[in-house]
Design a protein around this ligand. Structure first.
Ligand SMILES: [Ca+2]
Ligand SMILES: [Ca+2]
Ligand SMILES: [Cu+2]
Length: 233
């Protein structure tokens, strides 16, 4: 299981990597430069996380953002697939609605919302909320660096996450520079999304009746489908 999950992560990592530009270099550039409106102030944002896909997951998130950096962020969630890693991100797109999706966004009408179907609502990934190492979209599904939900819960906290430039694809809409993304998140347009659901109750991410992930047909949909969402206001 552990080995296969790592392989899954590596495969999807490559898919997501295509949307990340200059991940580490970008945020180091001109750290003291003009940052836009309200940039020099600490902005505190909170989110109430509500379930997607009838997951039963609930939670909260809070973030302290200043300039192009998340000085501190916490995510607390419960009702998750126990002992499984859960990818989690901040999503944002300049063409997105800056909202959590509903089944109205279930484009193929199969009764479940996959990650891509939620993009018009919450946008592409702009920050990967990993436990260690890289936090850019390149780590979108670095499964071995996301929180594991012991007893179905996790308490995540991390400090000093820099926003990075993120290039949009045609389908996702434009995203922006680190500065633009930070401004949007400070303005309340970032959305926290947690992924990973055990649809068929076999206690692992498996090829359930929901089939393969839309992100990579070799992955179970259980790995990538969203289970909770909240807008960081
Ligand atoms: Ca669907
Ligand atoms: Ca399963
Ligand atoms: Cu996500």
């Amino acid at each position: 299981m552990k080995k296969s999950m790592t392989t899954l992560g590596a495969t999807v990592l490559m898919l997501f990597a295509a949307t990340s530009v200059g991940a580490s270099a970008a945020s180091a550039h001109n750290p003291e430069g003009p940052q836009g409106k309200g940039a020099g102030k600490n902005v505190t944002l909170t989110a109430t996380l509500s379930e997607l896909n009838h997951s039963g997951v609930s939670g909260t998130a809070s973030a302290l953002v200043r300039n192009k950096k998340i000085k501190h962020i916490e995510v607390n969630a419960m009702g998750l697939t126990p002992d499984a890693p859960h990818a989690q991100h901040i999503h944002f797109g300049d063409q997105a609605l800056h909202e959590c999706p509903t089944l109205a966004q279930d484009a193929n009408k199969d009764g479940r919302l996959n990650t891509v179907e939620g993009v018009p609502a919450y946008g592409p990934i702009v920050v990967s909320l990993t436990t260690t190492g890289d936090t850019s979209p390149a780590s979108a599904l670095a499964v071995d660096r996301f929180p594991v939900a012991k007893h179905g819960m996790f308490h995540y906290s991390r400090s000093n996450i820099k926003f990075t430039d993120v290039a949009g694809t045609g389908a996702d809409g434009g995203v922006g520079t680190a500065k633009q993304i930070a401004e949007a998140v400070r303005a309340g347009e970032g959305v926290v999304v947690i992924h990973g659901i055990d649809y068929n109750d076999d206690s692992i991410y498996s090829l359930s009746g929901e089939g393969a992930s839309e992100l990579d047909p070799s992955l179970p949909a259980e790995v990538t489908d969203p289970v909770a969402c909240g807008v960081l206001h």
